[in-house]
Each structure stands twice: as C-alpha cells, then as structure tokens.
Design a protein around this ligand. Structure first.
Ligand SMILES: [Zn+2]
Ligand SMILES: [Zn+2]
Length: 78
C-alpha cells in the first residue's frame, strides 16, 4: 500500500501504517500515534471500580482524523 497523503502530492511513498479511523495508508511522516488508556470497569458486587492500566494502547491515525478527534477532546473538557 502507498501513503495516501503523499500519493495526492504526486510522491510515491510506501505506507508503514494505516489510519484506524478512515483506513488510509500512511508513511512515517504522515502517521500520528495516539495513545489510548486501557480501562476496565470491575463490578465487585458491592459497587463498580474503574481500573486504569499503566500500558496505553497505541493507535495510528492520519492528520485529518487527529484533528477531528482533538476537537472533540477539547469540547469534552468544558
Ligand atoms: Zn506520506
Ligand atoms: Zn484518518
């Protein structure tokens, strides 16, 4: 697979990752790595406990999808 962003600019670049949101192929220069916390909600019977694990889950996304996700993160903080 080729990098979609490079291909649009007429550059022939091999893809090293795939955006998990839109599925486009991305080269090293166009792939962004997002780290997502791994969470569980454990029900002990007496109530629920939210557990967060120390090792995050890596996900590759493109610039456009990163922008779309980042704007939502900002909205959530308000
Ligand atoms: Zn590229
Ligand atoms: Zn994408």
């Amino acid at each position: 697979m080729k990098c979609y962003v490079c291909a649009k600019q007429g550059v022939d670049e091999e893809a090293v990752a795939i955006c998990i949101v839109c599925g486009m192929g991305l080269c090293l220069g166009h792939a962004f790595k997002e780290e997502v916390l791994v969470r569980d909600i454990v029900d002990w019977g007496l109530g629920e406990e939210r557990v967060e694990y120390p090792h995050p889950l890596p996900r590759f996304i493109c610039a456009e999808c990163k922008l779309a996700i980042d704007q939502r993160k900002k909205a959530e903080k308000r």
